[in-house]
Design a protein around this ligand. Structure first.
Ligand code: ADP
Ligand code: ZN
Ligand code: ZN
Length: 753
């Protein structure tokens, strides 16, 4: 009996986003399942195309002779049916094609060569002893005899040690397996991605706060398994920096595994936080599979298979690890849940927490969101009682207390004649730290040498020819676009007026490094930003060099802020707190608060007390004040009022349409057409109660040679916005004015585009 497969062609084209039936040829029978990727002849020309198998059946849906054969399979494993269901949910939720959703939930396309490990084991001791006696009399078989006596004393001998250690060929040993005394066994070897591992701290018993949080969360596990509801299943763990959230996660994972269930742990960027990952390895060892963007194809495949086969019970990784191929998930943890990296910038623009909630709901699992600076989104849900809230108020290590924070008013510094990048307070604190051999971290959220380059005569700012953004000056006189990677040499004259007076303004981490070296010549300095961490594992090397005391000062961008636990750091300097504060975007205050609090939280985590200096031109801004006091609840109260007033998320919801195209006039008129479609839906009733803003040019009006226009639709009801999105997209589809225009949508974007 013939078998058929329903397939979805792997393309972003919406018109092809439906199932086509193909025959499974005999030689592929049993090798193709739901979720495997195949090549099929498609269309009138039978062009070979990639496709996903979504279902298998024994009935032909159309006339047998019209069904084509699948050409070949990529050989990757099949998938749990629930993941394919999840892809269907993603398509509706984020308005993408099913093939886009499938490539997300099924990240492994091809089978990669599997590495096997062979081991010799003792099968029959008596026989082996006899054999050894026999062999010992034959000098030509001394190697085999050495092997047998090693096996008799150790019980097992790995094949790879035969030549090097025992000095015998694999061929002569393999012959011994015919005697029945010895057997050769095979096991699957998983490529180890060698995540940078640091030696973690000693295991500690949970303190009262930690065990209360763990118990209160776990207490819901049984109930949620039977009868899932958001309040019992979704937990926000708000614990100040250093309060020991990781230990709470570990405790919950231990309980989950004890019930035979699986756990997923999301961390924002695995290569930046080797310490956190080390702690999980220390406790759970080989039960862990990891994933991240820098794995080789072989490592990625093996780690995926380790999870798929059930050999691993914990998947650790960034956003995409939420799609771990587990079928019996009991717990999903999202550490540093406020981090923007959890939202995808590509279609489908999903947030890992939303996918996690859906997987938890389907699997009857717990979802734990942890942070010292919760997102407004999660905290507002917790304060309304939608999520359960757990708070850790004190630092876990008894000797460790919150650092003393002071705010340096840079206007006053200037008035006092100090024109350096260091306030007097920070300067003397660094000096003192160097004297005491304690470590310092200096944070500036801008990489490169200077901020931008402009002409002192006419004011012209040098911009990227492909994007409407200023170029950033880097060392060696290079100018770079941080959006598209364009590079140019620093011009000698102003391209606009010809004046030779071209200056670099603002500072980046490269210049800070130069200034620190000049100001403190005895200090050993490291720098960590996107420019120094492009090589695989370079971030881990910088972190471990600093952790082991090989440098006095670590300078860096937000990379140095995330979750690190350096015991000897007693001073943190935030050089320019205002760089992110006024980026003109509704999330900028929240992001600044998170950065400042997290940066400050790196100080004084060990036995010695910490000090933080925040340099700013806005010392009275509530964001700076509350961050200095490490007072998230006060920040939240102020910020949520502002959001409510403006109808911004999470108080209201926002639907963004972004239209992009190479012809500015066409983009503009398409955006106007989209606006009239929205106004039509408002009048007709299906978009009633929504507000339309725009169309207007995006904040970055041109990016990678594409002009950009935006429209925002605001509404209190998120579900309603989803319907509006679908109607508008449907209305614009295939319209003449949409030709060569890319339309993107996003609900509650994390930045204003
Ligand atoms: P967070 O993730 O909340 O910032 P961590 O889990 O990294 O905090 O813990 C901070 C430090 O406190 C770590 O060095 C950790 O080993 C230590 N720690 C955690 N729990 C305890 C405990 N119960 N007793 C002693 N030390 C602890
Ligand atoms: Zn000029
Ligand atoms: Zn550019």
């Amino acid at each position: 009996m013939a078998l058929y497969a329903d397939v979805i062609i792997d393309t972003g084209v919406r018109d092809l986003d439906r199932v086509f039936q193909y025959r499974i040829p005999e030689d592929l029978e049993g090798k193709i399942g739901r979720g495997t990727r195949v090549r099929v002849p498609f269309g009138a020309g039978n062009r070979m195309s990639d496709a996903f198998v979504t279902d298998i059946s024994d009935k032909a849906g159309i006339a047998e002779e019209r069904i084509k054969d699948i050409e070949s399979s990529y050989g990757a494993p099949d998938a749990d049916g629930k993941l394919i269901e999840l892809a269907g949910w993603i398509r509706n939720e984020y308005s993408c094609t099913l093939s886009q959703a499938l490539s997300l939930v099924l990240p492994v396309k091809k089978k990669v060569r599997e590495i096997m490990k062979y081991t010799y084991v003792l099968e029959d001791r008596e026989k082996a002893e006899h054999l050894l006696e026999e062999l010992s009399r034959d000098r030509r078989r001394a190697g085999a005899a050495r092997f047998l006596s090693a096996l008799l004393s150790q019980g097992t001998v790995p094949e790879e040690s035969l030549k090097a250690v025992i000095g015998v060929t694999a061929a002569s040993v393999r012959k011994l397996t015919e005697t029945g005394a010895v057997a050769r066994t095979a096991s699957r070897q998983y490529r180890d991605p060698q995540i940078f591992r640091l030696s973690p701290h000693a295991e500690a018993e949970l303190n009262d706060e930690q065990s209360r949080a763990a118990d209160d969360i776990w207490e819901n596990a049984g109930r949620v398994r039977e009868n899932w509801n958001t309040h019992d299943a979704v937990h926000l763990l708000y614990g100040i920096t250093g309060s020991g959230k990781t230990e709470v996660y570990i405790e919950l994972i231990r309980k989950t595994l004890a019930e035979g269930r699986k756990a997923i742990v999301l961390i924002p960027e695995i290569s930046l936080t080797p310490q956190t990952v080390s702690r999980f390895y220390e406790r759970f060892g080989e039960l862990i599979a990891v994933t991240h963007s820098r794995l080789s194809a072989g490592e990625r495949y093996d780690q995926y298979m380790k999870a798929r086969s059930g050999e691993a019970s914990i998947m650790i990784g960034p956003r995409s690890a939420v799609f771990a191929p587990f079928d019996n998930i009991g717990l999903i943890i999202i550490d540093e849940e406020h981090d923007g990296a959890y939202k995808s910038e590509k279609t489908p623009k999903y947030h890992a927490a939303e996918i996690a909630a859906e997987r938890a709901r389907k699997g009857g699992a717990l979802l734990v969101l942890g942070s010292a600076t919760p997102s407004l989104r999660s905290y507002s849900r917790a304060s309304k009682g939608e999520y359960s809230l757990h708070v850790l108020r004190k630092r876990a290590r008894e000797s460790s207390v919150l650092p003393q924070v002071s705010i340096a008013d840079m206007r006053a510094e200037l008035a006092a004649g100090n024109r350096s990048i260091f306030s007097r307070e920070l300067y003397s604190a660094i000096e003192q730290n160097l004297e005491h051999h304690e470590q310092t971290m200096l944070f500036l959220n801008r990489r490169g040498y200077a901020g931008f380059v402009s002409c002192r005569s006419c004011g012209e700012v040098i911009k990227c020819p492909h994007c409407e953004v200023s170029l950033t000056s880097h060392r060696g006189g290079r100018l770079k676009c941080h959006y598209c990677g364009y590079e140019a040499a620093m011009p000698e004259k102003c391209p606009s007026c010809g004046s030779p007076y071209i200056g670099r303004f603002g500072i980046g981490t490269e210049k800070v490094e130069d200034l620190v070296r000049k100001t403190f010549p005895s200090a050993r300095v490291l720098r960590m930003d996107r420019d120094t961490t492009s090589a695989k594992d370079s971030a881990g090397k910088i972190v471990s060099a600093f952790a082991s005391g090989k440098a006095d000062i670590l300078i860096g961008t937000q990379m140095i802020v995330k979750g690190h636990d350096f015991e000897n750091v007693t001073l943190v300097g935030i050089l320019a707190a205002d760089t992110t504060l006024f980026s003109g975007d509704y999330m900028s205050t929240e992001r600044t608060f998170q950065l400042l609090t997290q940066a400050a939280g790196r100080a004084g985590r060990g036995a010695k007390p910490g000090k933080v200096v925040i340099q700013t031109y806005k010392p009275d801004h509530y964001c700076i004040r509350t961050a200095a006091e490490q007072d998230f609840p006060s920040f939240y109260d102020k910020e949520i009022k502002f959001r409510s007033l403006m109808g911004y998320p999470p108080a209201g919801h926002m639907l963004l349409f972004l239209l992009e195209g190479a012809d500015e006039e066409k983009v503009k008129s398409a955006a106007e057409q989209a606006a009239s479609a929205i106004r039509y839906f408002q009048n007709e009733g299906s978009a009633a109660g929504t507000d339309l803003l725009g169309p207007s040019p995006a904040a970055i009006t041109k990016l990678k040679d594409l002009y950009r226009y935006v429209l925002y639709v605001k509404c209190l009801d998120e579900g309603h916005l989803r319907l509006v999105r679908d109607s508008v997209e449907n209305e614009l589809k295939n319209k003449e004015y949409m030709k060569n225009i890319y339309l993107n949508s996003d609900i509650d974007p994390l930045t204003i585009v």
